[in-house]
Structure formats: C-alpha cells, structure tokens
Design a protein around this ligand. Structure first.
Ligand SMILES: Nc1ncnc2c1ncn2[C@@H]1O[C@H](COP(=O)(O)OP(=O)(O)O)[C@@H](O)[C@H]1O
Ligand SMILES: N[C@@H](CCC(=O)OP(=O)(O)O)C(=O)O
Length: 370
C-alpha cells in the first residue's frame, strides 16, 4: 500500500475495538497499548488534525469488573456492564491524554441521535464546538439506555456515522485483523487480502463474516457497511491491525491495511446529498442576495423576500431567484414559521423578532448546493 499520511486528513475518526483495549482473558484494560495510542493522537493533534476517538470496550471492561461469565449476556446485564465499564473507559482515555495537554470529552450517542434531525443537528453542533476547543471527543454508544431496537450494536457503523456528522475526511478502524480478506482469515488461511477498494460489491459483502472474538460485536460485515456510509459522504476508510504499540504510526510506516477510497471530498459529497433531496419548501431571494450567494456567501434573512412550504430546522428547501428561477437548494437553519417572521430582517433584528439570539444565516454556505 502506498505510504499514507494521516495528517493529510483534516478530520480523522479512529475507532478502537474492544478486543484491542481489553484483555479477553482477564478483562483488564491494556494500559501500555493505550499509552501508545495517546502518543499517536498527540502527534496528529500537533500537526493540526482534528481527532475523534470512537471507543468500544465498556461492556468488556464492565464484564470483567462484575465478574460476569464469558458468553452471551442478557440485555440488562450488558447494559449494567456498560454502565460500570464506561466510567472506567472514559477515565482511561483522560489519564493518558491529559499529561499530553489534551482535553478529552465523553460523548454517548444512540441511533436516534442521527435518525432524528434535531438531535442530529444538536450532536453535530456539540462535536463541532468540542473540536473548535481542540478537545478530543471519546465517543461510544449509550449502551445503558439504548434498547435493541434503537441500538447500533456495533461501533463500526457508529464511527462512520460520526465521521459523516462532522464531515471527517478519514476514518481508521483499528481492529484485530489487518484488513478485508476474501474470507475470514481466522477460519480460511487461503483467504486473500485486499489493499485498496474503490467500490464495495455484493460479492465483497458476501465475503465478510461476523466477529472473530467473544468480546467484539461487529465483525467484517459491519466494517463494510461503515465503509459504504463513509465513502458516500466523501470520507475514506482504513481497516488495519490495531495491536502494534502505536498503531497509527505503524500505519503511516506502511503497515498492512485495506483502504476504501472516497471519490470526492466531504464538502462535495455533502453538496451532492443536499442537491439530491426533495425540498420541503422554498425561499425567494432579492437580487443582492442572489449575487452574494454567487460569491460564496451564506444566505441571510435580509435578502429573503418570501418563504413557502412547511419545514423544520435542518430540512432541505429550494432556493429561488427574484423571478422564481431555481438557483439551488440548502438546509434551513430555521423552521418555516421562524423563517417567515425573519423575511427581510437584518441580522441585528433577529433576536428582537424571535425572542432569542438565533443564528445569523438562514442557510449556511456549507449547507448549500447551487
Ligand atoms: N472477510 C473477512 N476479512 C477479514 N476479517 C473477517 C472477514 N470476515 C470475518 N472476519 C472477522 O472479523 C474480525 C474483525 O471484526 P471484530 O471481531 O468485530 O473486531 P473489532 O473488535 O475490531 O470490531 C476478524 O478478526 C475476523 O475474524
Ligand atoms: N458500545 C459497545 C461496543 C460494541 C462494539 O462495537 O464492539 P467492537 O466490535 O469491539 O467494536 C461497548 O463499548 O462495549
């Protein structure tokens, strides 16, 4: 595989599987390994890369502390184990990163947080703010409250969802296997390794099996699903063996891996996605606003002359020129009711109109496809 500079990524999501972090036999945390990972994270941060860690391991850690037997657990047992394990998991990251001057944050999410538009926008804003503060968010599923129906169940897909949410351009899944093979290499020694994949075919999906160890959840199937989600959003994804002491350095030094290549960058992918959605309403602009959008500016309420349709915050709306011609589409930062009240209002009138500070832009330029 060609040498890969992770610091070329502006935003990097790294997923750490349970089997890496927790010793399967003793249930103990692998502290030395975690310190090596912290070295990697500090190095990337120093080079200006935003880093988000998606870490599994709460159930595996909690299971050890509670002395639960190996094998399947009842839902409430794994939820209790997660509650016990998560506090240790978060503390472990803080303990290795704080001495390097890096502040960590615990972010626990459920499937609902990405399915529900408001909650999605909220978690996006929070993660964005944490990254602006230079914090390294440590993300896991909120296993303690998530029931089977509202769970991801594996952190591979959760990592991809986080990557999409924050517009990451690279995701690394640190696993106990050095990439995708034509079959489970633990069961089939003749399985061949794939270094680079540009498109995931149904045949590849059929080659991907379940998890290898009792501690893990996902297996290769969920990793391929994660790769599909990431690639569609303009984020490349790498699967590599995480057990070397500093696995991200090892990757940059040429360790074996599978790279799933995204064809466009996250911004372009986002614009395609916005342009492909069915609009729930429309906003009409005056000539000045139309010209401003042409110069790459956000749309301010002052330049809007009319609002039609019913939409919520984050919903897609059509953008129309002064004579009603289609200019593009964008995601509204206001509901249709709010947007109607704001028609023609200057930024300094927003708070007085709405009764709360609000946002300057009705449609931010990053949320627009012209
Ligand atoms: N086609 C495949 N290529 C590689 N690994 C596979 C494949 N099919 C199944 N696997 C299994 O998937 C495991 C990795 O997933 P998993 O055990 O969930 O690890 P993690 O804890 O890192 O998420 C490998 O160890 C391997 O046993
Ligand atoms: N949220 C769970 C993670 C489940 C999971 O995806 O595990 P793994 O396959 O090891 O990444 C936990 O922290 O135990």
């Amino acid at each position: 595989m060609a040498t890969l500079k992770l610091s070329d990524a502006r935003r990097l999501v790294v997923k750490i599987g349970s089997a890496l972090l927790v010793d399967g036999a003793t249930g103990a945390l692998r502290s030395d390994w975690l310190m090596g990972l912290a070295e990697d994270v500090a190095r990337l941060k120093a080079r200006g890369t935003d880093v988000v860690l998606v870490s599994s391991g709460s159930i595996a850690l909690g299971r050890g502390v509670l002395g639960l037997p190996a094998g399947g657990l009842a839902l409430e047992q794994s939820q209790a184990a997660a509650a016990v394990g998560q506090i240790r998991l978060a503390r472990a990251y803080e303990e290795v990163l704080a001495p390097k001057g890096i502040t960590t944050a615990q972010v626990l999410v459920t499937l609902e947080d990405s399915a529900d538009r408001r909650r999605y926008l909220n978690s996006r804003a929070t993660l964005e703010q944490l990254l602006t503060f230079g914090v390294v968010p440590i993300v896991n599923e909120n296993d303690t409250v998530a029931t089977d129906e509202i769970r991801y169940g594996d952190n591979d897909r959760l990592a991809a969802q986080v990557a999409v949410t924050i517009g990451a351009d690279m995701t690394v899944l640190l696993s106990d296997v050095d990439g995708f093979y034509s079959g489970n290499p633990k069961l089939d020694p003749t399985a061949t390794h794939y270094p680079v994949i540009e498109e995931i075919t149904p045949e590849m999906m059929a080659m991907a099996g379940d998890a290898g160890t009792g501690l893990s959840k996902g297996g290769m199937k969920t990793k391929l699903m994660a790769a599909q989600t990431a690639m569609a959003a303009g984020c490349s994804l790498i699967i590599t063996e995480g057990s070397p002491v500093s696995p991200l350095s090892a990757l940059e030094a040429g360790a074996r891996a599978t790279l799933f290549v995204a064809r466009e960058d996250p911004k372009a992918a986002r614009k395609h996605w916005i342009g492909s959605m069915k609009p729930k309403g429309a906003v009409t602009l005056d000539a000045g606003a139309q010209a401003a959008l042409g110069r790459g500016k956000s749309l301010l309420p002052a330049g809007v002359t009319a609002v039609t349709g019913r939409f919520g915050r984050g919903d897609p709306v059509e953008i129309l020129g002064p004579k009603g011609a289609h200019i593009g589409a964008g995601l509204s930062r206001y509901t249709s009711e709010e947007a109607r009240q704001l028609v023609g209002k200057r930024s300094d009138q927003i708070e007085a109109t709405l009764g709360y500070p609000g946002r300057a832009a009705l449609i931010h330029r990053d949320d627009m496809a012209l």
